[in-house]
Design a protein around this ligand. Structure first.
Ligand SMILES: Cc1cc2nc3c(=O)[nH]c(=O)nc-3n(C[C@H](O)[C@H](O)[C@H](O)COP(=O)(O)O)c2cc1C
Length: 209
């Protein structure tokens, strides 16, 4: 209330040309009065993000003589003709480095029947440290590794990208896609509720517990 009163008084004085606010005073009013009001108005309740829906995917790449990749929930179809897919990959992920280098990525759509150990192997360690595909069955589709135990695969050539502070959104033009085992694709909600899985820090949807 006091804040509003002082602003009103100041406005009046400014109008009458009696007093002009210095830059420091402007900044102080912004920080002490205006920003707290805006913050109170917009709750920024991050639980809202939990109501967004996703799938669970293996994003794979061919890395100088071996397959590698990571798990991503952030993948979506952007256009149908020509078909394009966007994925969001953390700058620190080794997969990010490989996609940037090769300009390609593949997406394997994991299903409710897929072995969940694939999520542990690809999603909780780095291809910098281990050969992730030592114990994961894969096949090559146009020189791109895809997971055998998946509903479907899509291979892409990167045609654009957009950087954020932590993640790069890669836009891929679909070069090939087909159904593998079919079945029910795993949703992110299923992964959390039924598999009781968590999301590590590098997932864009990570919310500290
Ligand atoms: C369910 C789940 C969803 C994930 N989603 C993403 C994602 O969308 N983008 C991302 O960059 N990392 C995501 N991650 C984290 C990466 O898979 C993880 O950091 C991985 O270890 C990176 O491996 P790399 O260093 O070999 O690329 C997710 C992990 C899990 C388990």
């Amino acid at each position: 209330m006091h804040g509003f009163f002082s602003i009103a008084v100041m406005k009046k004085s400014v109008k009458k040309n009696k007093y002009r606010l210095t830059e420091k005073e402007n900044v102080a009013i912004l920080n002490i009065v205006i920003i707290p009001i805006i913050k109170r108005r917009y709750k920024m309740n991050s639980n809202a993000f939990r109501s967004l829906s996703y799938g669970v995917y293996a994003v794979t790449v061919w890395d100088e003589g071996r397959p590698t990749g990571c798990i991503a929930n952030s993948a979506m179809q952007i256009t149908s003709t020509p078909a394009t897919i966007a994925i969001s990959i953390n700058h620190d992920n080794y997969t990010h480095e490989c996609i940037t280098r090769s300009g390609k990525f593949a997406l394997s759509v994991l299903g409710e029947e897929s072995d969940v150990s694939v999520i542990g192997t690809l999603g909780y360690q780095s291809g910098r440290d281990v050969n992730k595909f030592d114990n994961i069955a894969y096949e090559l589709k146009g020189f791109m590794p895809v997971i055998k135990d998946a509903c479907a695969y899509i291979t892409c050539d990167v045609i654009d990208k957009m950087d954020t502070d932590t993640h790069t959104v890669f836009l891929g033009k679909v070069m090939d896609c087909d159904v593998l085992k079919g079945g029910e694709p795993m949703t992110y909600a299923y992964y959390h509720k039924v598999v009781k899985g968590k999301s590590p820090k590098n997932a864009p949807t990570y919310i500290p517990e």
